[in-house]
Design a protein around this ligand. Structure first.
Ligand code: DGJ
Length: 588
């Protein structure tokens, strides 16, 4: 079998030297030596290898042009994240990958439910299914792991050429511990609950329980070990550790054990990370004042999960993330009003310090107003954190935010509950005349899917811009260097002279990639895009050199026709069809 190595993988021999057999049906995928096959100390070697791989990627990517990077490297190595200039890419099969995701409902990862899940994934035209693995299902008897559902998911995904993100419903699920196996629930000493300020038990697991931590580590490690053996082709590309951890209805644990820790000095490691070295020796209240309760809980929860993640990663070093139930990003509410201890925007630094094995802190965005939606995405896009939206609204209006996420360089975006009624969902998507209505998610995914690799690379390079329709903002401007794109939302009108009317619901969207100073990829939905010179005082006027409709794939654009005449004289009009344009501009 021909092996084409990514330059950075070939450069660090220890990763690339140990091919493992490829299962039938995945012949084009090359994968490499895994911990179970290696000598002791493997994970340190692997971590070093991954580190140098990341550095190698940064170097190669800086030197390479957008198009040739993945064309040369082929498929390889473990999925991993790379970062450059404060932006990030998820590398899968040796190239940037975009998770165009679909998350199932909570109770769908059972054999009887899977046919419906796969149908929904296909309807959404998603390239990745996010689906839970339940602790109660994975370890039905203490110490006995049942990976059969994982194997079914792997098989189903491979048959459909879909990737998986597995969600470990372990100690925490939405702040509670309802997914613990029955044998644990029968032994409360293994899974103590936290105690509220009033001395009563709260329906949330204790992050201070060594027994619970040990049990979770054992089970999660078992899952990752199984993946390492069962998934050499990397159908699973990321794993979520726990689900929306933290606690509702109390800001922290007030048990005697927690009280003791709360009165102890804040760990020096955290003080250093927060630039508070001078406060060494101070307890949580002395250092953090009114934030002390929440910060202590965030540290405690993150510390626990960081250890679960590290243990899992030592078995199999896939990218790991933790999802967060959010707080209002604009109002700065009291911690008692949201899920305290989770990775909310105000404690990201604490989480990063306490849980370095967690690669990404990811917001579950169910906000339907744009100001909050955008603010959340800005808060979670950081040089030390890739933006990934693992859960969001799957309505027609909600799915317009997909483009806004891509323009921020997101590595993925995934509506929740695709296989049934969705929260906040409106009607089905707009149909082309005569066609069945589209699943709303498919409106964006059918356009982005075929050029997913290009879009992921453009996002990594900071080339993407988006506008999404607002009820009161039907005309928006995108700044594109010497050019401006004026985006008018509303069903396309034929001709000049009408101000933008807007769509009945704010569903319009446009995504622009700046490919060169004067060259763009443009795709839109129910809007009109007009390119203009940014500085009209220069006297220069815009002319189209060429506007081509076509498709991207494998690093190249394949035109199918040239737009001219009515198709360009009155702006570039996008209806509901999945049209992708390459636009070349000049002045006269
Ligand atoms: C957020 C959780 O992470 C999901 O598992 C699910 O419970 C949704 N909320 C339901 O809206």
């Amino acid at each position: 079998m021909a092996r084409r190595h990514a330059p950075w993988a070939a450069a660090n021999g220890s990763v690339a030297d140990r091919p493992v057999p490829i299962p039938a049906g995945r012949l084009s995928v090359v994968s490499y030596g895994l911990p179970g096959l290696a000598a002791p100390g493997w994970s340190a070697t692997m971590n070093r290898s991954l580190r140098s791989a990341r550095e190698g990627v940064a170097f190669v990517a800086a030197a390479a042009s957008a198009c040739c990077l993945w064309a040369e490297v082929g498929e390889s190595a473990l999925p991993h994240l790379v970062s450059r200039d404060g932006r990030h890419a998820l590398i899968v099969d040796g190239a940037p990958f975009l998770i165009l995701g679909a998350q199932s409902h909570n109770s769908s990862a059972w054999p009887a439910m899977l046919p419906g899940v796969w149908t929904a994934v296909e309807a959404a035209q998603a390239n990745t299914l996010e689906v839970p693995v339940y602790w109660e299902q994975f370890e039905p008897e203490q110490g006995t792991f049942d990976p059969s559902i994982v194997d079914q998911l792997l098989q189903g995904a491979r048959e459909r050429n879909v990737r998986l993100v597995l969600l470990w419903f372990g100690t925490w699920k939405n702040g509670s511990s309802h997914y613990l196996p029955m044998w644990m629930k029968h032994q409360p000493e293994l899974c103590p609950l936290i105690i509220g300020r009033d001395g009563r038990r709260v329906d949330s697991p204790s992050p201070h329980s060594a027994a619970l931590l040990e049990a979770d580590i054992r089970a999660f490690s078992g899952l990752m070990r199984h993946l390492r053996q069962a998934d050499p082709g990397h159908t699973v590309i990321m794993v979520q550790v726990e689900n929306e951890p933290g606690s509702w209805n109390t800001v922290r644990d007030f048990s005697p054990a927690a009280q003791k820790l709360f009165a102890a000095p804040v760990p020096v490691e955290l003080l250093t990370a927060l630039g508070k070295e001078g406060r060494a020796g101070g307890d949580w209240t002395a250092v953090f004042g009114s934030d002390a309760d929440e910060f202590f809980h965030a540290w405690s929860v993150a510390r626990f999960i960081g250890q679960v993640a590290a243990a899992g990663k030592a078995e199999y070093a896939l990218p790991l993330y933790v999802n967060a139930a959010l707080r209002d990003p604009l109002a700065r509410p009291a911690a008692s009003s949201y899920e305290s201890g989770g990775a909310t925007d105000n404690v990201l630094d604490i989480w990063k310090t306490a849980a370095p094995a967690v690669d990404v802190l990811a917001p579950d965005i169910y906000m339907s107003d744009s100001a909050r939606y955008m603010k959340v995405m800005d808060l979670y896009s950081r040089p030390d954190n890739a933006l990934f939206v693992p859960e969001t609204i799957g309505s027609v209006a909600g799915t317009r935010y997909c483009y806004a996420a891509l323009a921020r360089g997101a590595i993925g975006w995934s509506p929740f509950g695709v296989d049934g009624p969705r929260r906040g969902a409106g009607g089905a998507g707009t149909a082309q005349s005569g066609d069945a209505p589209l699943d709303p998610i498919a409106i964006s995914f059918r356009v982005i899917g075929p050029m997913m690799r290009e879009v992921a690379q453009w996002g990594f390079e900071g080339r993407l811009h988006a506008a999404v329709e607002e009820k009161d903002e039907q005309l928006q401007l995108l700044s594109l260097g010497r050019w401006q794109a004026a985006v008018a939302f509303g069903p396309p009108t034929f001709g000049f002279g009408r101000s933008p009317q807007g769509n009945p619901d704010p569903v319009g969207r446009v995504l622009v990639a700046q490919l060169g100073e004067n060259e763009f990829m443009v795709t839109g939905y129910l809007c009109r895009v007009e390119f203009k010179v940014a500085d009209p005082a220069s006297g220069a006027r815009r002319q189209f050199l060429r506007v081509e409709e076509g498709s991207y794939g494998g690093g190249a654009f394949r035109p199918s026709r040239i737009w001219n005449g009515d198709e360009t004289d009155w702006g570039l009009n996008f209806g509901s069809a999945p049209q992708v344009l390459r636009v070349q501009l000049a002045t006269y």
